[in-house]
Design a protein around this ligand. Structure first.
Ligand code: NAP
Length: 338
């Protein structure tokens, strides 16, 4: 089968070391299912994982942590899916990724693809939707479907994580959703994906927030460049407010200490990596996301599609992601010759 990755550990992080591979098709055991991958998307985690592979048992190393496809075979203990079911999922960072024609994934991390989306639109969603859902409803403990009042600030609202977080917050909470964007294009995208207000993260954020006249912010989601924004977060967050960070642990928390702010870390691979007893929650939350999409309440964040899936397009998607300026998600769809 076709795959994209490394057969031997590359000497450095250069994107050119990602090459087309021909690998044997894996077979599912236990709770794994084998998925015929139809579309994948690239996230910043792919670019962070790129480079030398310290543990030789992980070779060949395949990246890719978002996929949509159809179930091809199921392990002897798998009960959630049938052969032929269309599915979408992010999977696990410590296993071979989805940049391969046939991919093994634990069924507890997988849900049925939204029926109203094609594979490309579906592949844009899982990793970022899991991150957004776990932040809003697990870390912040906002009850989905209730009309809790207050404000949430999403820093980097037009990116992959931002543009699904703002949609979920707008649809499932009563919060006033404030996003940040620094350009006209990203500002318009954030407004079209659930933000009530958009402020500019290239200016002092506390002044931008003050100009809205909404008072101090209850929930701050530090999606990107959080260390750079910490001093401003300290000014704009309310006493006893909540901050969730996903992009760095290298933070100076003194800015929020005397406001008794609760600081949360979210890592969407915690459940699969530590095989937590509740890892099936990722199946459940993705199923809920699927229902929300089919009900027309949230939509795919795909903005660009490259084709077919192969080293050339995967490398191009890595380069685009590394600009740090993309809108929504870049998807790569289809295998040459299918
Ligand atoms: N812990 C987890 O589970 C988890 C999960 C997913 C992602 N992440 C991490 O979260 C981060 C964001 O991921 P993503 O997929 O949303 O990234 P992304 O799609 O690449 O983000 C792009 C957006 O970032 C904005 N941006 C650029 N510079 C900024 C700045 N100085 N301040 C605020 N926003 C800025 C851009 O807006 P403008 O063009 O308008 O400036 C652009 O819309 C990455 O570091 C990723 O690794 C962590």
């Amino acid at each position: 089968m076709k795959a994209v990755g490394y057969e031997t550990s590359p000497p450095d992080k250069a994107v050119d070391h990602l090459v087309d591979l021909d690998l044997p098709r894996p077979a599912p055991t236990g709770r794994d299912i084998l998925v015929r991958v139809e579309a994948v998307s690239v996230n910043p985690v792919d670019t962070k994982q790129r480079g030398p592979v310290a543990d030789a048992s992980r070779l060949p190393r395949i990246l890719g942590f978002d996929a949509a496809g159809t179930v091809e075979a199921i392990g002897e203990d798998a009960t959630l899916f049938h052969v032929g079911d269309p599915v979408f999922y992010a999977g696990a960072v410590d296993r071979p990724g989805s940049n391969q024609e046939f991919h093994l994934v634990d069924e507890r991390l997988v849900a049925r693809k939204p029926a109203s989306l094609d594979f490309a639109d579906a592949a844009a969603l899982p990793l970022t939707a899991i991150t957004a859902w776990e932040t809003l409803f697990d870390r912040f403990r906002i009850e989905p479907g209730t009309s809790e009042k207050g404000t949430i600030l999403v820093i980097g609202a037009a990116g992959g994580v931002g543009s699904i977080t703002t949609q979920l917050a707008r649809e499932l909470t009563g919060l006033t959703v404030i996003g940040t964007a620094s350009r006209e294009e990203t500002r318009a995208f954030a407004l079209a994906h659930g933000c009530h207000h958009v402020v500019d993260h290239s200016k002092p954020l506390s002044q931008e927030i003050e100009a809205l006249g909404l008072g101090p912010v209850d929930y701050v989601f530090g999606v990107t460049h959080t260390p750079r924004h910490m001093a401003e977060i300290g000014r704009l967050i309310r006493p006893f407010g909540h901050l969730c960070v996903i992009d760095s642990a290298d933070l100076d928390l003194s800015a929020v200490r005397f406001k008794s702010v609760s600081v949360h870390f979210e890592y969407m691979f915690t459940r699969p990596v530590y095989q937590t007893v509740d890892m099936i929650e990722q199946h459940r939350l993705l199923a809920e996301v699927s229902r929300l999409v089919d009900a027309g309440r949230i939509r795919s964040t795909r903005t660009r599609t490259l084709a077919p899936i192969g080293a050339e397009t995967i490398r191009e998607a890595h380069r685009l992601t590394e600009t740090g300026r993309t809108l929504g998600k870049t998807v790569i769809a289809g295998w040459h010759g299918h």
